[in-house]
Design a protein around this ligand. Structure first.
Ligand SMILES: NC(=O)c1ccc[n+]([C@@H]2O[C@H](COP(=O)([O-])OP(=O)(O)OC[C@H]3O[C@@H](n4cnc5c(N)ncnc54)[C@H](OP(=O)(O)O)[C@@H]3O)[C@@H](O)[C@H]2O)c1
Length: 287
């Protein structure tokens, strides 16, 4: 018996990184998982090598920057499985930029925000993209899924993946991303109040979590294992995507039936701001 047996889950951003750990743990808990990303893939990466998940794992294309694509994607899940019980709004992220007012071309390329030869245009588009991907698109996804959940029996569960960068202490080098994640924490609370009892809405604020992109773009070549970096985290290491996934399983299970509107920090106990002392701006080394 799994904690999520029979549940139908949507997880965004499942082609790599945190989304793989989240979808793997939901599968292990018994849920059917439909993941998405912009690129077509032959199957849900988390299902590779897992036994007993035949017929319970799908990876479909959906660009969350397009609200029509979100609408069509959720409708396809409903047409295929009849309902949606869980949404994990995971797709998002950013690249630290040394100066908010001057986003370099390399940062724009890594982030895949709109390109421009004009400095100012590139910079403003980068910030608009960060807010779209980390605040507006998760809200669009949540609204679309809730419009389904409100027609079903029971209480659905929505989990927004946020970041310690949203802490009120501020996040230099992550200005628009931090503001968007702070907004995500806030709208979690508001939606929880509006949408109960048809849906519970909670949030996970991640600290440093080891993914390929984190290793390449944050730790960089000077500290590939993150020794200096993680010395500032009380648990002395990065988080693991599967640890995030296990907390999602808890929040989406009956064990968390009365948890609504909360943001849980998964960050090894680090204090806001300490990562700046440890060199969060290492992206500048890549420039
Ligand atoms: N890793 C960390 O240390 C850390 C810390 C704090 C918070 N977080 C949060 O955790 C979440 C996942 O981060 P991550 O580190 O796993 O990032 P990641 O490795 O860059 O993965 C992002 C995922 O989102 C997908 N994606 C990107 N744009 C998309 C779009 N427009 N529509 C649909 N899917 C899209 C990507 O696939 P495609 O590129 O193929 O579309 C990929 O599967 C993000 O919300 C991030 O802010 C991460």
């Amino acid at each position: 018996m799994g904690a999520l047996d029979g549940k139908i889950a949507i997880v965004t951003g499942t082609s790599r990184g945190v989304g793989v750990g989240v979808s793997r743990q939901l599968l292990l808990a018994g849920a059917t998982v439909v993941g998405c990303s912009r690129r077509p893939l032959p199957g849900l990466p988390a299902a590779e090598g897992l036994g007993g998940v035949e017929g319970r794992a799908e990876q479909w294309v959906c660009d969350q920057g397009d609200h029509r694509a979100i609408d069509a994607f959720v409708q396809r899940v409903v047409d295929t499985y009849g309902r949606v019980d869980i949404l994990v709004n995971n797709a998002g992220g950013t690249v630290p930029t040394p100066h908010a007012e001057d986003v370099p071309e390399l940062v724009q390329q890594i982030q895949s925000s709109p390109a421009s030869d004009d400095d100012f245009e590139r910079t403003v588009a980068f910030h608009a993209y960060a807010v779209q991907m980390n605040l507006i698109s998760p809200l669009w996804f949540a609204i679309r899924v809730y419009r389904q959940m409100r027609t079903q029996d029971g209480t659905g569960s929505i989990v927004n993946i946020s970041s310690g960068a949203g802490h009120p202490a501020g996040s230099p080098s992550l200005v628009s991303y931090g503001a968007a994640k702070s907004g995500l924490n806030h709208l979690t609370r508001s939606l929880a109040e509006e949408w109960g009892p048809k849906a519970r809405v909670n949030c996970l604020a991640l600290g440093p979590t080891m993914t390929e992109n984190f290793r390449a773009f944050v730790l960089g070549e000077q500290d590939p294992e993150g020794r200096a970096y993680f010395a500032n985290v009380p648990l002395g290491r990065a988080g693991d995507p599967d640890e995030v996934g296990r907390t999602c399983v808890f929040l989406c299970s009956g064990e968390a039936d009365y948890i609504n509107g909360t943001t849980i920090e998964i960050d090894g106990g680090m204090l806001p701001g300490v990562l700046y002392d440890a060199g969060l701006k290492t992206i500048t080394d890549l420039l």
